[in-house]
Structures are given as structure tokens and as C-alpha cells.
Design a protein around this ligand. Structure first.
Ligand code: ATP
Ligand code: MG
Length: 329
């Protein structure tokens, strides 16, 4: 290894980039390999996960990997459409179908013919529409409002929710038959705080992208700052992280090369020490070991001999574990 000074110490980790999706954790690797398999089928997929975890990113990945990739990927946000407009949004209408229908409208399902429809926040779909949607899933046919002609539908359906659908089902807000119909393949995307490696990978990629976009010289995130990013709870998940990095990049001066704690928005600069994190986050022994190694290396600014000494293991053992966990500092 060449000459090393503090500036050269980087916080790096192997990561994958797949159709714009960045990931490094075992959890996301498992999800991507599941995506590779289900992309080959036409099965309906249910994506579950907190806000901002990347449900739409995964939905797009499924589409891009499927034979439908050259056709459209159409997003329907069920929470964003007023209840009285949702049917015509989904299925379209004929001219004169109702007062105000002055032209024929092609609905989202029809727009997606041959491609993929992504219904976001499916838990918000009104019960009346749930019945119609169920029929579409079962019969693969629909009618524009005001028309008697059924149109055959050839679309892959992906739905997403950040609500617990079983709970909604018990409350009577979600139909049981539809629940079983959409729950053919379920993918649960874990929150960002439960896949810390992705925080490192995503932060670095977002830094590169925003530095480029805003014409800044930023090249890396210093270790102290990464420590804070790793400990943050990320209630808004990847969306929040992306936003934090963007705001930090905007704050940096044009010629600054290193993103430091000074650039971070105040709400992120909260002090959560390592033991406290253990209280809050349920992680496995292996993940804990990986994090402990990461933190120790970070504390000693990448000095392997010093880290091995603190951890009470031989240098070679440390190297082996770093290789095993994909740590490259
Ligand atoms: N693995 C990832 N790699 C790169 N960008 C990601 C990744 N996951 C999420 N993002 C980015 O984070 C933001 C939120 O992702 P997305 O919209 O897919 O989340 P979501 O789960 O659909 O959120 P919501 O529940 O609010 O609809 C987007 O800007 C997306 O590009
Ligand atoms: Mg979404």
C-alpha cells in the first residue's frame, strides 16, 4: 500500500449498482436475487416497507428485468387520486360517459398494455375500487367507463404499501379476497437502519451524484460524519438520506473536497453512541461484529494494527474478517 495520510483514509465498501439501484447489504442482495427470479414470471408482487425504503425502485427493477422492459412502467398512486376520479384514472372513459367527459380518456391500465402497472399505497384504494381491481386481476379484462366492450389486459401488476395490510384487513379497510390475490409474492424491504452497509454505499453514491450536479469538488465523507450517518435512525429511509446528502452538498463551498459534520443538517447531528444504538436496533451477532470492526477502524482512522490491538485479535484475523464483510478502509 502506498503512502497514507489521513486524507486518504476513506470509508468505503463494496457495493452493487443495478439499474440505478445501489445496495451492499446481504438483505438487499437477497431481495435483488429474488427480483431476478420473479422478473421472469408475470406473478403479482406485493412490496412492503416503510416510506422511502425504495419500493418504487424495486418495482422499476422488476420491470426493467422482465420481458416487458420495452413497454411502459405506469405508476398509480392510490392515495393521490380523489375518490371520485379514481375509476376513470385507472380504466379510462368514453366521450360522454358522464357529465364533463368531453373526450375519450385512456386509463392507466390501458396505457400500460404490455408493460407493468405499479399501484402505490394500495391500502388507500377505496373498497368499491378494490372490488373492480380484484376483477381485473382475476379476469385480466376491464371496460372504460361508459363502454360495454371489455378490453383484454396484458400487464404485470406490482402493488406497494407502507401500511400493515393484515391490520387494514382486520379493520375492514381492505378486502380479504384482494389481500390474498395480491399477496402471491411478497417482498419486505427492510428499513435503512437495519442495513447499515447500504448507508455507506448510498451516501458515497449520492455524494458523487450531487457533487457533480451542483458542481462541487466533494470527493468523500469524513469518518466522523459517516459515523453519524450510520447511527441516525432514518425514519424517512433512503429518501431522507438522499435529501440530507443533497442539502449537505449544497452547503459545501465550491472547492471543499471532504464532507464534514459541519455540512450536515442540524437534525442529523444528534449524538447516538454505539451502545445506545445496540439498544435501539435489533441486529445479529455477525452484523454487530461487522459494525464493531467498522467503528474501530473508523476510530483509529484506518490503522489496522491499532484496530486489531483494540479488538484483541491478530492483524491477519482482522484482514480476513474485513474481506469476509467487504470492508475496505
Ligand atoms: N437502493 C437505492 N439506490 C438508489 N436510490 C434509492 C434506493 N432506494 C431508494 N432510493 C431513492 O430514494 C427515494 C425514495 O425511493 P422510493 O420512492 O422508491 O421509496 P418508496 O418506498 O416508494 O417510498 P414511499 O413509501 O414514500 O412511496 C428515491 O429518490 C429513490 O430514487
Ligand atoms: Mg413510493
Amino acid at each position: 500500500m502506498g503512502k497514507r495520510n489521513e486524507d486518504m483514509v476513506n470509508y468505503n465498501i463494496d457495493y452493487n449498482e443495478n439499474e440505478g439501484m445501489v445496495y451492499s447489504s446481504q438483505k438487499m442482495k437477497a431481495i435483488v436475487s429474488m427480483v431476478e427470479n420473479i422478473s421472469k414470471t408475470d406473478a403479482t408482487v406485493l412490496l412492503m416497507g416503510e416510506t422511502g425504503v425504495g419500493k418504487e425502485v424495486i418495482a422499476k427493477l422488476i420491470h426493467r428485468k422482465s420481458h416487458r422492459r420495452d413497454k411502459r412502467f405506469v405508476v398509480i398512486n392510490c392515495a393521490a387520486i380523489p375518490e371520485n376520479l379514481i375509476e376513470s384514472e385507472l380504466f379510462g372513459h368514453e366521450k360522454g360517459a358522464f357529465t364533463g367527459a368531453s373526450y375519450r380518456k385512456i386509463g392507466k391500465f390501458e396505457q400500460a398494455q404490455g408493460g407493468t402497472v405499479f399501484l402505490d399505497e394500495i391500502g388507500e384504494l377505496p373498497l368499491k375500487m378494490q372490488v373492480k381491481f380484484l376483477r381485473v386481476l382475476q379476469e385480466r379484462q376491464f371496460e372504460r367507463i361508459g363502454s360495454l366492450d371489455s378490453i383484454d389486459l396484458d400487464v404485470r401488476v406490482i402493488v406497494a404499501t407502507n401500511k400493515d395490510l393484515l391490520e387494514e384487513l382486520e379493520k375492514g379497510n381492505f378486502r380479504e379476497d384482494l389481500y390474498y390475490r395480491v399477496n402471491v409474492i411478497k417482498i419486505e424491504i427492510p428499513p435503512l437502519r437495519e442495513r447499515k452497509e447500504d448507508i455507506i454505499a448510498l451516501s458515497n453514491v449520492f455524494l458523487r451524484e450531487f457533487a457533480n450536479y451542483y458542481n462541487k469538488s466533494l470527493k468523500k465523507i469524513d469518518l466522523e460524519t459517516m459515523h453519524i450517518l450510520l447511527n441516525h435512525q432514518w425514519k424517512g429511509n433512503v429518501r431522507e438520506l438522499k435529501n440530507v446528502i443533497e442539502r449537505s452538498v449544497i452547503l459545501a463551498k465550491k472547492n471543499e473536497q471532504i464532507l464534514t459534520i459541519n455540512h450536515l443538517p442540524i437534525e442529523v447531528k444528534i449524538d447516538n453512541s454505539f451502545p445506545e444504538m445496540r439498544e435501539r436496533t435489533k441486529i445479529s451477532l455477525k452484523e454487530y461484529e461487522k459494525l464493531l470492526i467498522l467503528y474501530t477502524l473508523y476510530d483509529v482512522k484506518g490503522n489496522k494494527s491499532r484496530a486489531a490491538e483494540i479488538l484483541g485479535i491478530r492483524r491477519q484475523t482482522l484482514y480476513n474478517k474485513m474481506r469476509e464483510y467487504g470492508i475496505d478502509i
